[in-house]
Design a protein around this ligand. Structure first.
Ligand SMILES: *[C@@H]1O[C@H](CO)[C@@H](O)[C@H](O)[C@H]1NC(C)=O
Ligand SMILES: *[C@@H]1O[C@H](CO)[C@@H](O)[C@H](O)[C@H]1NC(C)=O
Ligand SMILES: *[C@@H]1O[C@H](CO)[C@@H](O)[C@H](O)[C@H]1NC(C)=O
Ligand SMILES: *[C@@H]1O[C@H](CO)[C@@H](O)[C@H](O)[C@H]1NC(C)=O
Ligand SMILES: *[C@@H]1O[C@H](CO)[C@@H](O)[C@H](O)[C@H]1NC(C)=O
Ligand SMILES: *[C@@H]1O[C@H](CO)[C@@H](O)[C@H](O)[C@H]1NC(C)=O
Ligand SMILES: *[C@@H]1O[C@H](CO)[C@@H](O)[C@H](O)[C@H]1NC(C)=O
Ligand SMILES: *[C@@H]1O[C@H](CO)[C@@H](O)[C@H](O)[C@H]1NC(C)=O
Ligand SMILES: *[C@@H]1O[C@H](CO)[C@@H](O)[C@H](O)[C@H]1NC(C)=O
Ligand SMILES: *[C@@H]1O[C@H](CO)[C@@H](O)[C@H](O)[C@H]1NC(C)=O
Ligand SMILES: *[C@@H]1O[C@H](CO)[C@@H](O)[C@H](O)[C@H]1NC(C)=O
Ligand SMILES: *[C@@H]1O[C@H](CO)[C@@H](O)[C@H](O)[C@H]1NC(C)=O
Length: 753
């Protein structure tokens, strides 16, 4: 249908001006009848008010000149049937053009030809309504200002044009430099100007529909606006495996205002303080916050672009509209280079734990399951939202992490939500039968070493694996035993109890009245006893006194059946006689057996000498002591429970130098009793309490330096035994052998005459 009527110009120069009054051009409301062209080799500039001038403000069109052939078609409001074919081509290519094409300019091989519809031409030339002008390069349409290949829209210099169905902004700078801002190909665009980025589990499906995953436990930038400094950050943490991380919390960081955090359990904090959010929108620092059963939504605007962030604890969906003013980067913009967007300065979050692969996972079965997004009911959405990145995210994650806690459902829901945004209605009921449901976590608050996962088909706080690993390795539920100030305590880990469905309120010590106390923050359940309280059994061996108790399941319950494991966790503290030793304690039960090191109650022993019977005048190293002067020596302990233990002075003797085993040696106390051969020695309170004393008259060693060193051996004795040595003047009996230690507490002090 189209035929060149005439070649008007055949000029072998780069610069051509053409009188186009036969086909007048109305460009943004201004009518022009001369066209100035400048072929520069790469580009063709077509201008209407003078030749192209890089500094000038002329109205120009820039068209690439790649194949030396450029068509510029002009249409006006005329309706000659002659032009129907061309009109059809134009209409199918450029949705905004509605009027009919009536004249045509062709720029070919540095030649310009003008085609006009002969019959109607003369009549139509002056009837210029607001004509639309556009460029065609073969069948590809180009923009008025510049080359917006494929978009089919013209943009005037200095203008921006939005194309909602592809979430694209075409901007033409005043110097005719084109720029395209878009969240990516259709699929992550909802068809109404909003781009979508999905972060679910370890995976990020960015605005361009690229899928990549985070493998460490660091914080990442999802969206960062360089012009305002706004940042949306995501923190990743491990769950059941140490080598797979999940998006755990989001931070909205407004450089000049308060940070807002979206946390697990649908919690929100503003500058670190928790705020209560409900279904009605509340505004904090310019951010609209609201919450429904599914999660929390934060909506705000950054330099004219509106952003909405939804987070349900497992999946974050970031919607961004009008990205024209947004000078952004981040994982949502390009997820390809994960490492460059890591924010954490502390590199410990990057440590890779060598967890063995889960050999119960059948990757080909997983791939089949994830492929469900290509079949009904999802197939109806496939043409609008490409399912492949969601399938890849599902397959990649579930090939290394078990399909628990509704993980597969998470990927399917993310796709369903993207479809919903793109106005595709899925028959949701169909897929709820094909995947296991997500555990209902809702507002459940787990602490930082826990996450909400599935426990007995319900949501509950499970342990994060890095925290739990040390316990699991040794098959422990808690510990170690803490022995301090005569108190003994053992803390069990709340989430480990949860995972075994052990209800801590049903646990107690030997005495049923001694139950565990759960710390509301750490979720540690602590059981403790003091001395021999709570049914503690005190036993004595040759070198220690043991205080033993146990955590056990209620057995007095009247229920016929129980769904709890029977548990028995024995723990103990000891008083060393005198050196630290360890004893084992263990959990007995149908499923749980564990061994924890017992701990020791520490105590101190001091020896002081006095010059008076009331023991107030302390003998210092400088004090003068006369021969035959009476001296009182007190052996005092601190930190022992006097109700249960007493201190026995086994023996004291003197030497003339610091070596306790040197000769000559002179005995003051032997086997707990005063040396019967020295009538000046008196022993007081021995074995009765945690302190005792003795007195004697000072002497000196004959033929010696004049120094006297005193050495004593002490022992501990459980009070339920008779600890008081049986002494009688003149007839000394040996005490029970059980007080004889290999290495008793040993003290020395010395005087110099
Ligand atoms: C033609 O275009 C070239 C390259 O942009 C430019 O340098 C030159 O000034 C233009 N010529 C005229 C007469 O405007
Ligand atoms: C454009 O035309 C020039 C001169 O006729 C020729 O040398 C060149 O190869 C052509 N370029 C293309 C891409 O056709
Ligand atoms: C374009 O031409 C068709 C017939 O070819 C006519 O029906 C239609 O009204 C014309 N449109 C305009 C805007 O003139
Ligand atoms: C598209 O977005 C506009 C403005 O946000 C809104 O008014 C309109 O309802 C949306 N259309 C659809 C189909 O969602
Ligand atoms: C908003 O964006 C525009 C265009 O990118 C920029 O010139 C301007 O500085 C930005 N405003 C702020 C407050 O950063
Ligand atoms: C939401 O919370 C606000 C402030 O705490 C309160 O005024 C409002 O009544 C609550 N709305 C609902 C639906 O509970
Ligand atoms: C870009 O930002 C400027 C300044 O904040 C604002 O005036 C303008 O409306 C924004 N443009 C768009 C398209 O949102
Ligand atoms: C990733 O980003 C870093 C830092 O920006 C850069 O050095 C590196 O070359 C990038 N890698 C890829 C594959 O783009
Ligand atoms: C893995 O799954 C595929 C597909 O369901 C099945 O054909 C194959 O037998 C499975 N392999 C194992 C080892 O179970
Ligand atoms: C699924 O993921 C595994 C591991 O990443 C990969 O080896 C496999 O090729 C993937 N299968 C499909 C169908 O994408
Ligand atoms: C020891 O236990 C008692 C009673 O259980 C308690 O009052 C005391 O504060 C505890 N002491 C320490 C140091 O924990
Ligand atoms: C436990 O407490 C109850 C009530 O406080 C008391 O009657 C009972 O004697 C206590 N049992 C033991 C073994 O102390």
């Amino acid at each position: 249908m189209l035929r060149p009527l005439l070649f008007l110009f055949a000029v072998p120069y780069n610069l051509i001006s053409i009188n186009t009054s036969d086909c007048p051009i109305t460009y943004y409301g201004q009518e022009y009848t001369t066209v100035y062209t400048n072929f520069t080799g790469e580009d063709l500039f077509v201008c209407f008010n003078g030749y192209y001038n890089p500094e000038g403000n002329g109205d120009c069109i820039r068209v690439p000149n790649t194949d030396n052939r450029t068509n510029i078609a002009l249409n006006n409001n005329n309706d000659p049937s002659y032009w129907t074919g061309l009109t059809d081509v134009i209409h199918s290519s450029v949705s905004t053009v509605t009027n009919n094409v009536t004249c045509y300019l062709l720029f070919y091989n540095r030649l310009v030809s003008m085609l006009v519809e002969s019959s109607s031409f003369l009549i139509q030339t002056k009837q210029t309504l607001d004509q639309t002008l556009f460029c065609t390069l073969r069948s590809i349409l180009h923009d008025i200002c510049s080359t917006f290949t494929g978009h089919g829209f013209g943009v005037k210099p200095g203008d921006t044009r939005q194309i909602p169905n592809t979430c694209t902004f075409l901007t033409c700078s005043s110097t005719r430099i084109p720029s395209v801002k878009t969240c990516g190909p259709p699929g992550q665009c909802d068809g109404n100007g909003t781009c979508l980025c999905t972060v679910t589990g370890p995976t990020v499906i960015d605005f361009k529909r690229q899928m990549n995953s985070v493998s460490d436990r660091c914080e990442y930038s999802l969206l960062h606006d360089q012009s305002t400094g706004f940042s949306l950050k995501a923190n990743f943490l491990e769950r059941r495996r140490r080598d797979v991380s999940f998006v755990d919390s989001l931070t909205l960081d407004f450089s000049d205002s308060e940070d807002i955090q979206l946390l697990q359990g649908h919690r929100v904090t503003v500058t670190g303080s928790p705020v209560t959010v409900n279904s009605s929108v509340q505004t904090f620092s310019g951010v609209d916050l609201s919450k429904d059963q599914t999660g929390v939504t934060a909506s705000f605007s950054v330099n004219g672009s509106s952003v909405s962030v939804f987070f349900d604890g497992t999946t974050a969906q970031i919607y961004m509209a009008d990205p024209v003013n947004f000078t952004y980067d981040g994982l949502c913009v390009d997820s390809n280079n994960v490492s460059s967007l890591r924010l954490s300065s502390d590199t410990s979050c990057q440590f890779k734990y060598p967890d063995p692969a889960d050999n119960t996972i059948n990757c080909s079965a997983v791939a089949q399951q994830c492929d469900v997004l290509k079949s009904a009911p999802f197939s109806s959405c496939n043409s609008k939202v490409d399912p492949q990145p969601y399938i890849n995210a599902c397959n990649e994650t579930l090939c290394k992490y078990p399909d628990v806690d509704g993980l597969r459902c998470q990927f399917i829901q993310a796709y369903a939500k993207a479809c919903e945004k793109s106005q595709v209605n899925l028959v949701i009921q169909v897929f709820s039968f094909t995947v296991q449901p997500k555990p209902v976590c809702g507002d459940r608050i787990c602490n930082s070493h826990e996450f909400c996962g599935e426990i007995n088909y319900n949501g509950g706080c499970r342990c994060r694996e890095i925290f739990a690993f040390v316990y699991r390795q040794s098959n422990l539920l808690g510990g170690p035993t803490v022995c301090k100030d005569n108190n003994a305590s053992l803390s069990l880990v709340g989430c480990l109890l949860n995972e075994k469905s052990i209800d801590y309120t049903l646990l107690h010590l030997n005495d049923k009245n001694c139950t565990g106390v759960m710390d509301p923050d750490s979720h540690m359940v602590t059981f403790g006893f003091n001395g021999d309280s709570c049914g503690t059994k005190v036993t004595e061996t040759s070198n220690q006194i043991i205080y033993k108790n146990g955590i056990m399941t209620s057995n007095g319950s009247s229920e016929v059946i129980t769904r709890q494991d029977e548990i028995y966790i024995e723990f103990s503290c000891i008083n060393k006689k005198p050196e630290m030793q360890t004893v084992v304690f263990r959990i007995q039960g149908s499923t749980v057996v564990q061994y924890i090191k017992s701990e020791v109650w520490n105590y101190s022993v001091t020896m002081k000498a006095f010059t008076d019977g009331s023991r107030t005048q302390v003998l210092t190293p400088d004090s003068e002591v006369k021969l035959n002067q009476r001296i009182w020596v007190e052996l005092e302990t601190d930190g022992l429970n006097g109700d249960l233990v007493s201190v026995v002075t086994d023996s004291c003797w003197a030497t003339d130098n610091q070596m306790s085993n040197s000769t000559p040696k002179y005995d003051l106390i032997m086997d707990g009793c005063a040396n019967p051969d020295d009538q000046t020695v008196y022993v007081g309170g021995n074995g009765e309490g945690t302190s005792n004393y003795f007195s004697f008259n000072m002497f000196r060693f004959s033929r010696s330096t004049g120094e006297v060193y005193l050495h004593c051996k002490l022992q501990l004795c459980a009070k339920k035994n008779n600890c008081v040595p049986a002494c009688s003047r003149g007839v000394r009996r040996r005490r029970s052998a059980k007080y004889r230690d290999e290495a008793p507490a040993f003290l020395s002090m010395g005087w110099s005459h």
